[in-house]
Write a protein that binds this ligand. Structure first.
Ligand code: TYD
Ligand code: MG
Length: 455
């Protein structure tokens, strides 16, 4: 086995295994120096040995580079989720359940960006060109200057991109793409990962914005979009309940803007329409105050959003009562039930509990705790809360209440939608009068006592 070089010429960086007075490569005298191996681990075949790399140029944190150029689509909800428009030379992933409306959203986005001057290519690996054209006709987009192809071979696609030099490319979907160098079926982890890697580096080097569609596969199938999440700059998930017409585009990762930002859309007969005032929409079906119904003043991304929590509590015929949750976290519900029982004396043993967020919204904020607790007690006691009041606050395991961030924004939104009172934890930071009467609660016990009467 050849020995690792341990001598290096300080002039030309040539490496040798033995010392000499003159460098064989550049001919300089007295430049050969002994070097210690770089690798500090035990000597093995995979260790780096004595070979040196070249030094990297370092810079300061201060930069003179401009913000990356962005293009707006003109669809406010989409631009907001992107963090203020589409960034050149970036890679995006749009994930979601099959049939939720990803292709519809992206075809509409493609048309918008094309109208705003970008050269747009839509590559479908799932549908034929005529199927996409049919959708375009339904959406009234046939006049848009979007170029279309139906193809799955990534080598051909990259060659086409090279020749066409587009600004924006949509790959629908990454699970249908395949590379001839990878010996695995399309949709497998190795194909998806390799295809995404090629597309991402191609996008960066040629200044193209690439959107990859990824189907969220059922549990068990691992080749979901998660395997490429770390490679791309922005990850958006398109979610919504199939039976509802509302769809939410949620940024779960964004290197060019805030994560957690959401855009709200409505699926209509003519494609997706943006929803400018989501709070009004999510509360639109609310009737007279009913037991178990509570309005939560939440924050989604940077904006306040009101929604309705509905609970149903009924004696259980089962030995193990049911706990069913739609739109919220099941383990968080179990926690709230336990805290209600041990800290506020409201037991739920022997009772089935159903919790739902109206309209198909998914809430993940801890600040919803108090609204959930209120809905549960209200359903259990068959006592409706006042129609014009909103609730928010985090519950701790001790039964204490923690103030939620952005209290003032929540109160303002409530006031805007005609609510006149709010129940919040104490010490909630708020500025001036938001136009809403605020009742502050010390802890969960006090809350139950004051809102639902002595127990
Ligand atoms: P699609 O975009 O094909 O979903 P994905 O690409 O995520 O699999 O959307 C499919 C659903 O959207 C389909 O069930 C029909 C519905 N839809 C409408 O309601 N209105 C429309 O204008 C379009 C194009 C689709
Ligand atoms: Mg599709």
């Amino acid at each position: 086995m050849a020995k690792d070089p341990t001598y290096i010429c300080s002039k030309c960086n040539a490496a040798t295994t033995k010392w000499s007075g003159r460098c064989d490569t550049c001919g300089e005298w007295n430049t050969i120096e002994e070097v210690k191996p770089l690798s500090t681990g035990p000597k093995s075949k995979k260790a780096m040995g004595g070979i040196r790399g070249k030094e990297i140029t370092l810079t300061d944190l201060a930069t003179t580079e401009k913000e990356p150029p962005r293009t707006l689509s003109g669809v406010g909800e989409l631009d907001r989720t992107l963090g203020g428009g589409l960034v050149k030379a970036s890679a995006l992933l749009v994930g979601g359940d099959p049939g939720i409306g990803k292709s519809t959203l992206l075809l509409q986005a493609a048309a918008r960006f094309a109208r705003n001057g970008l050269k747009v290519l839509y590559i479908s690996g799932e549908e034929s060109a005529s199927q996409v054209q049919m959708r375009a006709r339904r959406l009234g987009l046939t006049e848009s200057p979007v170029k279309l192809a139906s193809e799955t071979n990534l080598r051909d696609i990259l060659t086409t991109l090279e020749a066409e030099q587009p600004d924006f490319v949509i790959i629908d979907s990454i699970q249908t793409m395949w590379l001839d160098t990878v010996e695995a079926a399309p949709g497998s982890v190795s194909q998806v990962r390799a295809a995404a890697h090629e597309l991402t580096s191609f996008a960066k080097s040629r200044g193209i914005a690439v959107v990859m569609v990824g189907h969220v596969t059922k549990e068990g199938a691992i080749a979901g979009p998660r395997v490429v999440e770390h490679m791309v700059d922005t990850v958006l998930y398109f979610e919504g309940e199939r039976g509802h017409q509302f769809r939410i585009l949620r940024a779960v990762k964004n290197r060019f803007g805030p994560a957690d930002e959401i855009g709200v859309f409505e699926m209509t007969g003519k494609g997706l329409a943006e929803v400018k005032n989501p709070s009004a929409l999510f509360l639109s079906e609310r009737g007279d105050p009913a037991p178990g119904s509570v309005v939560f003043a939440g924050i989604e991304g940077s904006r306040p959003m009101l929604c309705e929590f509905q609970a149903l509590v009924a004696p259980s015929p089962h030995s193990q009562p049911r706990r069913t949750v739609v739109g919220w976290d099941g383990s968080r519900l179990a926690m709230i039930l336990a805290v209600l029982e041990s800290r506020a004396g409201v037991p739920f043993t022997g009772l089935d509990v159903y919790l739902n967020v109206a309209g198909g919204l998914r809430v993940s904020e801890p600040a919803a705790d108090l609204a959930v607790a209120a809905a549960l007690i209200s359903a259990r006691e068959d006592a409706a809360l006042p129609k014009e009041s909103v609730i928010f606050g985090e519950i701790s395991l001790s039964g204490g209440l923690r103030p939620a961030p952005q209290t003032e924004n929540r109160l303002k939104e409530a006031s805007k939608l005609g609510f006149t009172s709010a129940i919040t934890p104490v010490r909630a930071k708020r500025g001036g009068d938001a136009g809403v009467g605020v009742r502050e609660m010390q802890d969960l016990h006090t809350f139950v006592e004051q809102v639902f009467g002595a127990r």
